[in-house]
Design a protein around this ligand. Structure first.
Ligand code: ZN
Length: 215
């Protein structure tokens, strides 16, 4: 979601908006913490914030060029489009509605009386006992769940991502596109590269480009 559909990073924008940047600074991209430790600690930074602020920030971040048209174009071609993200469901669902995607898989922040408790439930679809051998929490594990629960094989999946945490998924999916990837290890994990406008994905697949949509 961040960097692929959104031009920006949700947690950073949220921290800036709510004056919590100092608390976030030592946690974000801290490789000394495992994702299963880091993600709950980042969530705790936002304890007490109202739900409405999460929705406002997810609505206000600009979308990447061609985001709506690409999701719509893929759906018209028969793809089911999901947003698989290490962000929060409340943000992912807001972005899903903006781009007309089908579903989201993400971590779930707990809210009580319209404010977050700062506690988080890690995305169950990113955990699998027979999944990624390298990471406990990994987007590639979504493919295992898809296969078991829907009979969809990895070969039938097109993955789009830009970050280190997308690499396992990009390597395993039948087709994969790094979009403005952050680092050569990310672009090396996939067959194609698209830069600048997501509609390049439709072009790669030989699909028609829908008309410019109003975002
Ligand atoms: Zn992995």
């Amino acid at each position: 979601m961040d960097g692929t559909l959104l031009d920006g990073r949700f947690v950073m924008a949220l921290a800036q908006r709510t004056g919590r940047e100092p608390s976030l600074a030592g946690l974000l991209d801290n490789d000394q913490l495992s994702p299963t430790t880091r993600t709950p600690r980042i969530a705790a930074v936002f304890a007490g914030l109202p739900k409405s602020v999460f929705e406002q920030v997810a609505r206000s971040l600009p979308l990447k060029p061609g985001a709506v048209e690409t999701v719509v174009g893929l759906r018209k071609a028969g793809f089911v489009v999901g947003i698989v993200t290490d962000s929060y469901r409340i943000a992912a669902e807001t972005v899903r509605r903006r781009v007309f995607a089908d579903f989201t898989l993400s971590h779930v922040l707990t809210f009580r009386n319209e404010r977050t408790t700062g506690r988080i439930t890690l995305c169950p679809a990113m955990l699998h006992p027979k999944g990624c051998l390298e990471h406990t929490l990994c987007k590639v594990n979504v493919l295992e769940h898809l296969r078991e629960e829907s009979g969809v094989s990895a070969d039938q999946v097109l993955a789009v991502g830009d970050s280190h945490n997308d690499i396992c998924l990009l390597r395993t999916a039948g087709d994969s596109v790094p979009f403005e990837s952050r680092g050569s290890d990310v672009s090396g994990a996939a067959q194609h590269t698209v830069v600048g406008d997501l509609r390049g994905i439709l072009q790669l697949l030989g699909l028609p480009h829908p008309r410019q949509a109003e975002v």
